[in-house]
Design a protein around this ligand. Structure first.
Ligand SMILES: NC(=O)c1ccc[n+]([C@@H]2O[C@H](COP(=O)([O-])OP(=O)(O)OC[C@H]3O[C@@H](n4cnc5c(N)ncnc54)[C@H](O)[C@@H]3O)[C@@H](O)[C@H]2O)c1
Length: 315
């Protein structure tokens, strides 16, 4: 009994010492790499197979073109036939190696069928970028029920199908990378985003839980990246009028996502400062948090003009 107690105590002290050492080391590492990001090791994406959902849209297309120029084997899935056609024309004009297919990622049978085709005709997928997304762009009572379901199907549930289609092979090969394109609205709910914001919060949970499972089972060479950007100038948030900074450009977001993949970063916000500021909402008095939201961030005022888009897959 006493022996067991001493052993438990010794183990707790040892754990405490290790944790102190790790705290010092990881803070130091994060500090140095934040100040000198070029010190981070970057993996090459040459000849790697990268699959991008929603790859014919604003950010997705930028990703596809940039990755193809880096000599990756790019596979694009998108539900929008016209956008896929335009992308195909661009691919042949620029002589790039991109395979573009019309796939509705909310249809899991279609996802599994096309995943098998990619595996047999292109090879195993090294990087999966879950990028497709839609927003209803209406206030809570205005959003038709079917559109709420659609937003969840495209923005979250489809991730289960695409990840299931490729994760098994990644585990078998002992390598892989899964990227989720989230949003700052997944860290701070905002006006006209009751469908969208909820799906992006859900993505955070999926990302964290799956990362935990992979780490617990020792799959340290399967990396996960969650990227949460501010407004991007693609038309998805047309009609919004951001107050504190201008919209991001899709090319800058694509560049940052590619850097995050190469550096195997797990969590990115754009801009960086958002990851420091947004968690403050948990510590401020609720009324003050709202005053900051309304008077400083001016979130609702920025979003009030958001148009519900008719050209998304959900329309
Ligand atoms: N635009 C912004 O302000 C903004 C801000 C933060 C995060 N994001 C996120 O960035 C990602 C890319 O958005 P974007 O701005 O490039 O939008 P976009 O509308 O230009 O592109 C999205 C693409 O997803 C495709 N898509 C929709 N439903 C699909 C389905 N069922 N199956 C396959 N493809 C489907 C669309 O056809 C479109 O080509 C999304 O996840 C979005 O939520 C966007």
């Amino acid at each position: 009994m006493l022996k067991q107690l001493i052993l438990n105590l010794a183990f707790a002290v040892w754990n405490f010492i290790v944790l102190c050492a790790l705290t010092f080391y990881y803070f130091f590492e994060a500090f140095v790499l934040t100040i000198f990001p070029f010190l981070k090791k970057e993996k090459s994406l040459k000849n790697k197979t990268v699959l991008i959902t929603g790859g014919a849209g604003g950010v997705g297309q930028e990703l596809a073109l940039r990755l193809a120029r880096l000599k990756a084997n790019v596979v694009v899935w998108d539900v929008n036939e016209k956008a896929i056609e335009k992308l195909r024309t661009r691919i042949s004009n620029d002589d790039l190696k991109i395979r573009a297919s019309v796939v509705d990622i909310t249809d899991r049978h279609s996802v599994y069928k096309h995943a098998d085709l990619v595996k047999s005709e292109v090879g195993p997928v090294d990087v999966l970028i879950n990028n497709a997304g839609i927003v209803a762009g209406q206030t809570f009572l205005e959003i038709p029920d079917e559109l709420i379901e659609k937003t969840f199907e495209v923005n979250v549930i489809s991730h289960y199908w695409t990840i299931k289609a490729f994760l098994g092979d990644m585990i078998q090969r002992g390598q892989g990378h899964i990227v989720s394109v989230g949003s700052l609205t997944g860290m701070l709910g905002t006006y006209k985003c009751t469908d969208y914001s909820a799906t992006k919060y859900a993505l955070n949970g999926l990302h964290e839980s799956l990362s935990t499972e992979l780490k617990t089972h020792g799959h340290d060479n399967i990396h996960m990246t969650l990227i949460c950007p501010y407004f991007i100038n693609t038309g998805m948030f047309a009609g919004c009028n951001p107050r504190n900074m201008s919209m991001l450009e899709p090319k800058d977001v694509a560049k940052r996502i590619i850097t995050a993949i190469k550096r195997e970063e797990s969590f990115i916000t754009m801009p960086f400062i958002a990851r420091l500021v947004l968690p403050l909402k948990h510590y401020l008095p609720t009324k003050l948090a709202w005053a900051v939201m309304f008077r400083v961030i001016q979130g609702p005022q920025s979003m009030i003009g958001l148009n519900s888009r008719k050209d998304t897959a959900a329309a």
